[in-house]
Design a protein around this ligand. Structure first.
Ligand code: ADP
Ligand code: ZN
Ligand code: ZN
Length: 744
């Protein structure tokens, strides 16, 4: 009699981390099929080329279109259970199709690094120590000659449920003493899975505030969405208590033993969010972001996928974290551009999360004070439930926004007289000023007074930024760095001077003006070290008086109760951007930064320095607010057939050579044009605004359509063409950008 096969298929289709839009067929060896029930989502070792690779099984088949003799067999099986559950396999396959990205790359992106490298999907184990019956019965004084053993035994006697190695170390006990006791039969050791979540004994410390009417209504609407797919847009001005609303919703879901994935746009916000949640939710919370070690990430991933962790707080890549019993996905600051990956697999975590929620029949909650035009359009069309919070929670007031006309004014270090006076008053009242300038470094340009030479990057078509403190010239586009020079390389003159201001310069120049006031700069340079951001926020909370100077990092979600004045140095930045999203971004930034003022009991004030006080968009934003600004912006987008009313795909190409990228896209357009339907509007190829970046010359082709289906057809046709073409001409690289956020 024949033994039954646990895997009743002869072939498996395997995804490999290679840049090909295809799966690979392998034979399943008989011995493997007899012993294991293979499933999609399990990792396998396979022969590939001359070596071997780790792959993930996607599907099985009874037949293969390849000739039997050409097919190789799976080498070995890595997992006894899928590392990617069916739900995430489906999501990955959808994402590969939607973003026209190689499936293998998508699937490997979904895995934590250590699993990509082939490590076991297992918790690390640690020693647990237990007292034996003999150990419990013994007279502890018998060990008086071995005080370390005595201490050790006393401790385990007091913990009848055992003590983890971690607890042993925290108490300063000696593992060697434990080993001696073990030899005497007084204690025993057990290997247990290390999952810190299991040890959590939380204590709810904070009493939650009483929700106001708007918050209560929002909470009830969201709770009504449980157990089905729905998207809620929680559109609440800064400080309106959005976080408070989702904390309430989370409490309810946790009580039903469900997990919640909370996405935040930036690593810098994770500790703050973690702390706030920890103080309120009596449950296990884990963090997932790129500043953790591979092992820490794997532990968090395992805690989530096993269901141990009830709340998972993470950045973009957390969209792919498996969760045994996911009940809701929350996306905080949903408008933030960092949810979109800008290279390689160019997915948008918000859109992916919505798709995932749809597959799982669970709700998604998008929160923002400045919703993206995409989400607002969905809310207007009633695809999303629009929940508005228009009052600040507690006693806080909405800050007043005032434009300062810079025309014809003499500026002191970039500040108007009015701004300087306001700063003095604010600091005199022992309150804090926040200065917003979205440009880090000392100055954006270094120039020669005698010959007009400008320091520029060798690899990009941009000027180098001066960083005085680091004594460097730095390219903010490719990260290239050089030592700061003091002699012009063209004419040897020593008359070099800087043009324009960055945060570092403002910091340097304000300190003599405000001698005893702490000045804290918050930008990518000052927060590079791991705990720098936490230390800076601590300092901000310690002082009453302070000047905070920062870039967009400051705009995101932080709560600084003593900030009462916000100065926006340059409200015009982005006003005349080449990108049609320039205005939307500027308005979001200004509104978010302005929202840092007066979040507690003291009223706030915002000054916008501008050379265009009458510009319609700035005026609308200051007088009518973000919602009206966005509604106007949306009608403009509609009139101009722009996203979100039209869908867009960008085909990007780049080459080291000046012409090749452009030539490739031109050739593609010529060849494919006859097959492109009328309702697709095609523009380009055109060169990127910064043509050369990191040594690559960049060309773009834009496709637009009011319907997605034909757009996807054309994109698929183009990717196939490009995949073929670049096989011969591999000096050109290409990328497909579906729903691009940057179009230049
Ligand atoms: P958002 O997420 O909209 O910026 P938060 O939820 O962080 O707002 O709330 C802002 C501040 O107001 C926090 O300190 C919060 O504890 C407090 N708060 C929120 N809701 C209430 C309420 N109903 N009553 C009093 N204080 C509240
Ligand atoms: Zn010169
Ligand atoms: Zn550069």
């Amino acid at each position: 009699m024949q033994e039954a096969l646990l895997t009743p298929y002869p072939y498996a289709q395997v995804a490999l981390p290679v840049p090909m839009r295809t799966l690979f067929d392998y034979k399943i060896p008989k011995a493997m099929a007899l012993r294991h029930a293979l499933q999609p989502g399990m990792r396998v070792k396979v022969p590939f080329g001359k070596g071997s690779r780790l792959g993930v099984i996607v599907s099985f088949s009874q037949t293969s279109e390849w000739d039997e003799s050409q097919l190789k067999s799976l080498t070995s099986l890595k997992d006894e259970a899928p590392v990617i559950p069916a739900e995430l396999m489906a999501l990955s396959e959808w994402a590969a199709r939607y973003y026209h990205h190689p499936i293998g790359d998508v699937i490997f992106h979904a895995l934590p690094v250590s699993l990509r490298k082939g490590e076991n999907a297992e918790f690390r184990t640690e020693n647990w120590w237990f007292v034996t019956e003999a150990g419990q019965a013994i007279d502890i004084e018998l060990l008086s000659r071995a005080p370390r053993q005595q201490d050790f035994l006393k401790a385990v006697q007091q913990h009848p449920n055992g003590m983890s190695q971690n607890a042993i170390s925290i108490l300063g006990l000696m593992p060697n003493a434990g080993k001696s006791l073990e030899e005497k039969g007084l204690v025993r050791r057990e290997q247990r899975a290390f999952n810190t979540a299991g040890e959590k004994h939380s204590h709810q410390t904070q009493v939650p505030p009483v929700l106001n009417r708007e918050q209560t209504m929002a909470m009830e609407e969201i709770l009504d969405m449980r157990n089905r797919f729905a998207v809620a847009l929680l559109d609440g001005i800064t400080g309106s208590g959005k976080t408070e609303v989702f904390l309430r919703v989370m409490e309810k879901l946790i009580a039903e033993d469900k997990q919640i994935l909370v996405m935040v746009p930036e690593i810098g916000l994770t500790p703050q969010t973690f702390k706030r949640f920890e103080n309120r939710l009596n449950t296990n919370i884990v963090l997932m972001h790129s500043n953790m070690t591979d092992r820490e990430r794997l532990d968090a991933w395992l805690l989530s996928s096993s269901g141990h962790a009830k709340v998972i707080i993470g950045t973009r890549s957390a969209a792919f974290v498996p969760a045994a019993n996911l009940g809701m996905i929350i996306i905080d600051e949903e408008h933030d551009a960092s949810y979109k990956q800008h290279e390689g697999f160019r997915y948008h975590a918000r859109d992916l999360a919505i798709k995932r929620a749809q597959n799982l029949s669970i709700p998604v909650l998008l929160a923002s004070a400045t919703p993206s035009f995409e989400s607002l359009a969905n809310a207007l069309q009633k695809r999303f439930t629009w929940l508005k919070l228009r009052q600040r929670a507690g006693n806080a007031h909405i800050p007043e926004m005032e434009r300062v006309d810079l025309r014809g004014q003499t500026l002191v270090h970039g500040f108007s007289e009015q701004a300087l006076q306001a700063m003095k008053r604010c600091l005199d009242q022992r309150e804090q000023v926040l200065i917003f300038l979205n440009r880090r470094g000392y100055a954006p340009t270094l120039m020669c007074h005698d010959c007009g030479w400008i320091a520029s990057c060798d690899h990009c078509d941009v000027n180098l930024t001066v960083h005085k403190r680091a004594n460097k010239l730095h390219c903010h586009h490719c990260d290239a760095q050089k030592a700061l020079i003091h002699t012009c390389p063209e004419c040897q003159s020593t008359e070099l001077f800087t043009v324009g201001e960055g945060t570092e310069q403002i910091e340097t120049q304000l300190s003599p003006l405000f001698k005893d006031v702490p000045i804290l700069r918050i930008d990518r340079d000052s927060t590079q070290r791991k705990s720098a951001m936490t230390q800076l926020t601590q300092k901000i909370h310690e002082h009453d008086q302070a000047i905070l100077i920062g870039t967009q990092m400051l705009a995101k979600g932080h709560h600084f109760p003593n900030v009462t004045l916000v100065i926006i140095m340059d409200a015009d930045a982005g006003l005349f951007s080449a990108d049609f999203r320039g205005m939307e971004r500027t308005a979001q930034l200004i509104t978010q930064v302005a929202g840092r003022a007066g979040r507690a009991k003291k009223p706030g004030h915002v000054l916008l320095q501008t050379y265009h006080p009458d510009h319609a968009a700035i005026e609308c934003l200051c007088t009518l607010g973000y919602e009206q600004f966005a509604l106007n912006g949306l009608s403009e987008r509609k009139a101009l057939s722009l996203p979100p009313f039209y869908h867009q795909v960008l085909i990007r190409a780049e080459s080291g050579n000046e012409q090749e990228a452009m030539q490739l896209l031109t050739k593609m357009r010529l060849e494919l044009e006859p097959h492109i339907p009328q309702d697709i509007s095609m523009v380009g190829p055109y060169t990127a605004i910064i043509v050369r970046k990191a040594g690559q010359h960049r060309a773009l082709l834009s496709l637009k359509s009011s319907h997605r289906a034909p757009l996807h057809q054309v994109t698929a046709m183009m990717t196939t063409w490009l995949e073929q073409a670049t096989r011969q001409q591999h000096k050109v690289r290409y990328a497909v950008d579906v729903d691009p956020l940057e179009t230049y």
